[in-house]
Design a protein around this ligand. Structure first.
Ligand code: PEP
Length: 254
């Protein structure tokens, strides 16, 4: 049984005060949970706050992005070593918003995975199809291309230490959630695809669902055989909602 992971992606939201309140709310809310793993990915400026406040808690810290390069003249970028320095465990890589607004494709995403892993952090690799692609019946092709494009660059062994998030683009921030059956079908497909190269990695790897996960739908999604957690955007900005999703993860954990 894979331990469920619920990771909150705050995106570019919050203030110092709201970040502090949200982090404290999450710490208090999940303190009694022991079976689900919980992570929070705040914007870069609040990582320090997270590092300080999570010290006594089991909640892990994550970042939303990182630079492909190790250090040097890359104005505005943040290096993997810096994130590791602030105690990050996870880094989201290949989020659809990075793919769409910043032109990140497999080449860059693969480099980010490598630099992330080289600093001992675990990438959360996001994949997902657009509504148009789904309507054209291309979901499996798109997902397979995204996964294969990474494997061909970093090798299957890199998936030993990596989480995948299936995030249908049409469900992100839209309030429309994939049904448990729709999500399970793609998760199963991803696991099979990886299984063609390594049965052991396919069995072990966690595949999170992301896309308007909320307290009301979390339990049904998380109960699916191949859904091992959630990457939560909007609902992670409200402590009570995020904690309720974590509780759903705890409830389905073996
Ligand atoms: C995300 O951006 O990773 C996400 C899943 O967002 P939301 O939950 O708001 O759809």
């Amino acid at each position: 049984m894979r331990q469920p992971l619920i990771a909150g992606n705050w995106k570019m939201n919050g203030t110092k005060a709201s970040a502090e309140a949200l982090i404290s709310g999450v710490i208090d809310g999940v303190a009694a949970l022991s079976k689900v793993e919980v992570a929070v990915c705040p914007p870069f400026p609040y990582l320090y706050l997270g590092e300080q406040l999570f010290t006594e808690s089991s909640v892990r810290l994550g970042a939303q992005n990182l630079c492909t390069e190790e250090a040097g003249a890359y104005t505005g970028e943040v290096a993997a070593s810096m994130l590791a320095d602030f105690g990050c465990t996870y880094v989201i890589c290949g989020h659809s918003e990075r793919r769409e607004y910043y032109g990140e494709a497999e080449e860059i995403i693969a480099k980010k995975l490598q630099v992330c892993a080289s600093r001992g952090m675990t990438p959360i690799l996001c994949v997902g199809e657009t509504l148009e692609q789904r309507e054209q019946g291309m979901t499996r092709t798109v997902i397979a291309d995204q996964i294969d494009g990474i494997i061909s660059r970093v090798g299957i062994d890199a998936f030993e230490r990596l989480e995948i998030a299936y995030e249908p683009v049409w469900a992100i921030g839209t309030g429309v959630t994939a049904t448990p059956d729709q999500a399970q079908e793609v998760h199963e497909f991803i696991r099979q695809r990886i299984g063609e190269l390594s049965g052991a990695i396919a069995e072990k790897i966690r595949i999170l669902y992301g896309g308007s996960m909320k307290p009301a739908n979390a339990r049904d999604l998380l109960a699916q055989a191949d859904i091992d957690g959630g990457l939560v955007g909007g609902a992670s900005l409200v402590a009570g909602d995020f904690v309720a999703i974590c509780q759903a993860g705890e409830a389905v954990a073996g």
